[in-house]
Design a protein around this ligand. Sequence first.
Ligand SMILES: Cc1cc2nc3c(=O)[nH]c(=O)nc-3n(C[C@H](O)[C@H](O)[C@H](O)COP(=O)(O)O)c2cc1C
Length: 149
Amino acid sequence: MALLNPLIFGEVLRKASDLDNIMEKNEQLRAQATGFMNRLAMIKKMGFVPGVGTAPFYIVIAEKKGFPPVEQESLAHCLENMWLKATALGLGFQLVSITAQMGDNVEFCRILGLQSGKWGLMGCAIGYPVEKLSISTRPSVKEVTTWLR
Ligand SMILES: Cc1cc2nc3c(=O)[nH]c(=O)nc-3n(C[C@H](O)[C@H](O)[C@H](O)COP(=O)(O)O)c2cc1C
């Protein structure tokens, strides 16, 4: 964890700076990437990546890249099952999406024993929660369902 944390934080700083430069010249990307950019800026301000070192376990899962590329879909299905199981066990579960940006980071992949650039990555943090979260607000199923007749 002590090794991974600065690697991920360094990637956040690099991505924020690269994106900032590209966004200056590209109006379309500026509109698309503002949310992501704000999240990177928030992490930069906090000085750490939520989930990495803030919970007992940071778990990275990997799926070999193939064609057509579906590794992130596979990883999402895997994480959904992990999320359901963790919840059933009374564990707190937090997605750490920034993990997906680490697939080309040579040092990060070396620690995992993976060849960089060859794998899709995603991650989550798991541990017993310090406090119980309030119930999520959800729209009614009727509001979000469209039936085609
Ligand atoms: C695709 C996806 C990526 C997410 N990535 C992160 C993340 O990187 N860090 C984080 O703290 N939460 C992340 N979340 C969690 C959400 O912010 C939220 O806490 C979670 O989906 C629970 O939603 P709820 O409050 O509607 O129940 C992610 C959620 C989704 C669906």
